[in-house]
Design a protein around this ligand. Sequence first.
Ligand code: KIV
Length: 268
Amino acid sequence: MERKKVTIPNILKLYEAGERITMLTAYDYPSAAIADQAGIDIILVGDSLGMVINGYKNTLPVTVEEIIYHTKAVARGTSYSLIVADMPFLSYQAGMHDALYNAGRLIKEGGAEAVKIEGGRNITDTIKSIVRVDIPVMGHIGLTPQSIHRMGGYKVQGKDEKSHNALIEDARALEDAGTFAIVLEGLPEQLAKEITSKLHVPTIGIGAGREVNGQVLVFHDLLGLGGNIQPTFVKQYAHLKETAVSAIEQYIKEVKAGVFPGPEHTYK
Ligand code: KIV
């Protein structure tokens, strides 16, 4: 059956209807096609691609060019899901012109339908100017990986009263700035619940518990294709790394033994 492409108004309708929103990262054509076929609402071309598929220690080295390259591949593999592309480090922090120009490039060259920006009250003027030119913006607060050096590592945020209250103010400011949804990453469940109850736009959690309007995971984590360290918030729905390793081991054995290729894999 032909499915209608997910749009921003569709996401808001899901929220208003109380239906949970699903989001998953994808960084290339086959992973996007798999997520799209499964019926994910939103595909995020996250700057996590720097760590997950390029092996960087953190997300800071990721460039606008890399996000555009991967977003183009994702767009080619997607016919259903809404595509959101991450604004990487230094693509929006150095000035409004950069922010507008780079957000526009992710839409115009990458084929994204919205952008995601990390930060709270410090970034709302930038978000307002991007929203003003009709580029939908998803916010992202809590454990914001681009702030790794300030945070001193990937740590749960909002645990003391001051940062708890600051995150509520950040979420309100992002809503006022016009974000259509906000990612809450690495927060105590109670704080995520409180933020969600105060907003009129959907919250999408990762490591933020159950009381949010949707969930996001990294493609490779969900499918068991990632590294050996799994954060508590990840649920592996498959163990594809093990499957892949044993398939390749079998291929090696068969080539060495002269079993592959067989007559059925051979041109006459
Ligand atoms: O880059 C990313 O994949 C993200 C999600 C984890 C929210 O920002």
